[in-house]
Design a protein around this ligand. Structure first.
Ligand code: GLC
Length: 712
């Protein structure tokens, strides 16, 4: 965190922040937005100044330029103002970039300690943001399609993305007619193989030349430009920015109808016109040919960030995003997510926008995934985004296979988004917990029996256990998302399946526990029952933020089974942990000769900790266990948990971050060496696993904060 702040301080010029010290000495459009997002956490004044400085260069037509040049550092970059020759001798380039600023401004406001000042800032910046969006809708969408076009690859932010290969190829460049130019990007020590090619540059220059000749007249350019593309990333950011602009407008009492209209049009157009049902992804549209440009870059997932994709589209995107093409969960030999499909011939883990991992793209996508509930993947991406800079330096981009940092060092948005992520990852959870603190929680006076269905007179039945399990299975099919490990409590409560489960659960009163014969049957029965009683408790008590809303949740809801009562604590600590003392308690749950002891599942299996779902985000994702597969299922659950963001090895810090579960259950997992020994066979076998093996004695252990927010 300190290092990231040091980099931003070093790149800060007094008015704006350079993307990096050498390669990018001026102010860049979307970089400023990303950078302000990091500042918002610790230097609000600077966050606002960053945006203000950029908007001082806004054109009269509303366009916010891609680069605002610093007159004091001219001479180190190409192309500079002498080449752009924009009207009015402005010190800017003549193109724009993805309109991220409304998103950044709302973020600044939401994190501001000085709300009043942030409110004033919103009032000041709102009309400028409106003008910039108006420019886009007016000049870049003349046919009123709801989608705006870019007219230069640099406007996409992903300069040499493979998406642009096809339209660029159609541009025939006559070298003798091209204005003379000299690339400066190769003079800062970044190898050519990590940068765009000379052929690309010729075309970039060709387009700039065309703009100059047309004096930056948008209508003329639209008629002549061979590169006109409705880009997925650009439009997704615009769509999300509209969303945030609506919110911002409401905060400062503006009439937001115009923005709402843009928002509606663009999200619909993304969903309907950019979606390729054949390729099951979003593709840009080439306005010159009228055809979609089928490519395989991470930009295609960006409608998740816009929250413009339908649920079904999101599901299909997720399938692709979480596959070997973009580094799947637990794949172990790559970092999430590369900017280009790893299975394609053109994939290059080192070359700029043609394969490496970029923090800004991942930052947006992990938010998008979270919005659609794909929390496990979103967390895994966060984990990579935190570990890449810590391990390999705050670089511009990272090798998607080795993690090595490339491009420029001390990179602005890598640092600022790292700050945002660390804040979000560790501190925000703490705040939620404080907000939920014990003081605000309530207590149940009596134990609430949850398996009493009025009107059902339970009769002994032979096949009750399988019936109950299949009823739980039905709930799982309908309301548990296996990809996401989450539960849709709301829909479940209203469903027929839930009512029918309640009826089966009522039969537990006459259930003979002796009928569970094998260890496997017992394990599956008790684990499923634990998970279901917790789910039912959340539904019946109407909890909507956390199980911590009820301070004695785990001891005051129960099922009557046979002649006994079982709370979740009885099941976990009594039955499944062989009556081992619960953490922070002085005695075990079954005292003295408690007859429930005869049903303990012995010997205790540590892996239950990765299968028991306590209704919170930091516990294992919910699954359904079957007696005939339970061992494999527990292995998988354990492996998944250990390779999730609940166990993070940071070799450079000689540190391992562990889930609180290992802290609470020292009795089960033992001390540090025992824990490491337990982890080792489950860890993805990469260099971090080796590191742990070799540094078991010295590695420092830190326990992660436990996220008690509801897993919905
Ligand atoms: C490159 C990137 C662009 C970025 C700029 C400054 O041109 O492609 O996205 O804004 O560098 O960091």
């Amino acid at each position: 965190m300190k290092q990231a702040q040091k980099i931003l301080n070093g790149n800060w010029t007094g008015r704006y922040t350079k993307p990096s010290p050498g390669l990018y000495p001026h102010q860049w459009h979307w970089d400023s937005g990303f950078i302000a997002i990091g500042y918002a956490h610790y230097h609000e004044g600077r966050a606002m100044q960053e945006i203000r400085s950029l908007f001082e260069h806004q054109w009269e037509n509303g366009m916010v330029p891609q680069i605002a040049f610093n007159p004091e550092t001219l001479g180190n970059y190409f192309p500079e103002p002498d080449f752009w020759q924009v009207p009015g001798s402005r010190l800017t380039s003549g193109i724009t970039m993805p309109p991220l600023h409304a998103i950044a401004c709302l973020h600044i406001y939401q994190h501001a300690k000085n709300r009043r000042r942030a409110h004033d800032f919103l009032k000041e910046i709102y009309p400028k943001l409106m003008a910039s969006h108006r420019y886009l809708y007016h000049h870049r969408d003349p046919a009123k399609t709801g989608l705006v076009y870019i007219r230069h690859p640099w406007e996409s932010g992903l300069d040499n993305s493979p998406s642009w290969d096809r339209p660029l190829k159609t541009i025939q460049v006559d070298k003798t007619e091209l204005p003379a130019y000299e690339r400066k990007d190769l003079t800062h020590g970044v190898p050519a193989e990590q940068r765009p090619s000379d052929e690309d540059y010729d075309r970039y220059v060709y387009l700039v030349d065309l703009f100059r000749e047309n004096h930056y007249n948008e209508a003329e350019i639209y008629d002549q430009c061979p590169f006109l593309v409705q880009d997925v990333l650009f439009n997704s950011i615009l769509c999300r920015a509209n969303r945030d602009l609506v919110e911002m407008g409401k905060i400062i009492d503006q009439d937001v109808r115009e923005v709402e209209e843009w928002l509606g049009q663009t999200s619909q157009a993304i969903r309907e016109r950019m979606w390729s049902s054949e390729r099951k992804q979003f593709d840009p549209i080439d306005l010159v040919t009228g055809e979609q440009l089928p490519t395989a870059t991470a930009a295609s997932f960006m409608p998740l960030f816009a929250v413009a994709a339908s649920q079904e589209q999101a599901r299909l995107l997720y399938e692709r995003l979480n596959s070997v093409s973009f580094c799947a969960l637990h794949q172990g030999n790559c970092f999430t997510i590369p900017n280009y499909d790893m299975a394609q011939n053109e994939f290059d883990p080192k070359n700029y926008w043609r394969g490496p991992v970029w923090i800004n793209i991942n930052w947006m996508l992990s938010q998008g995934l979270k919005s659609y509930g794909y929390r496990e993947k979103s967390d895994a991406m966060k984990k990579d985004m935190i570990q890449l800079p810590v391990r390999f330096g705050f670089h511009e981009y990272f090798d998607s296979i080795t993690g090595k940092g490339y491009g420029s060092d001390s990179f602005g948005w890598t640092s600022s988004l790292f700050i945002d992520l660390v804040y979000d990852y560790y501190d925000e959870d703490k705040q939620t917990l404080n907000w939920l603190g014990w003081r605000k929680s309530r207590k149940l006076k009596d134990v609430k029996i949850l398996n009493e269905a009025p009107g059902v007179i339970p009769m002994p039945a032979v096949d009750l256990a399988p019936k109950l399990m299949s009823s739980i299975g039905e709930l799982k099919d309908m309301f548990y998302s296996m990809d996401r490990g989450l539960v849709d409590y709301e829909a479940m409560k209203r469903s027929e399946e839930y009512r029918s489960y309640l009826e089966s659960a009522a039969y537990l009163k006459v259930f003979d526990l002796e009928s569970l014969m094998t260890r496997e049957e017992k394990l599956a029965f008790w684990i499923n029952l634990y998970n279901t009683i917790v789910v039912q408790g959340i539904v019946e008590l109407g909890l909507n933020a956390s199980v911590r809303e009820i301070s004695n949740f785990f001891t005051h809801i129960a099922y009557n089974i046979g002649d006994y009562t079982f709370t979740p604590d009885d099941i976990e600590h009594g039955i499944l942990r062989s009556n081992t003392r619960p953490p922070y308690r002085i005695s075990p749950v079954f005292k003295g000769r408690d007859p429930r002891r005869t049903h303990m599942v012995e010997p205790m299996d540590n892996r239950i900790h990765f299968a028991l779902v306590c209704g919170s985000r930091s516990c294992a994702p919910i699954r359904f266990y079957e007696a005939n597969a339970i061992d494999d299922q527990l292995e998988t659950a354990t492996r998944n948990f250990i390779n999730s963001s609940e166990v993070v090895i940071l070799p450079e810090k000689n540190k391992i971050l562990l889930s609180e579960i290992f802290n609470w259950y020292k009795k089960d997992f033992g001390q540090r060496r025992d824990i490491f020994r337990f982890l080792r066979p489950y860890l993805d076998q990469d260099e971090k696993a080796t590191y742990l093996k070799e540094h078991m004695d010295t590695i420092e252990v830190e326990y992660l904060f436990y996220d008690w927010n509801l897993n919905h």
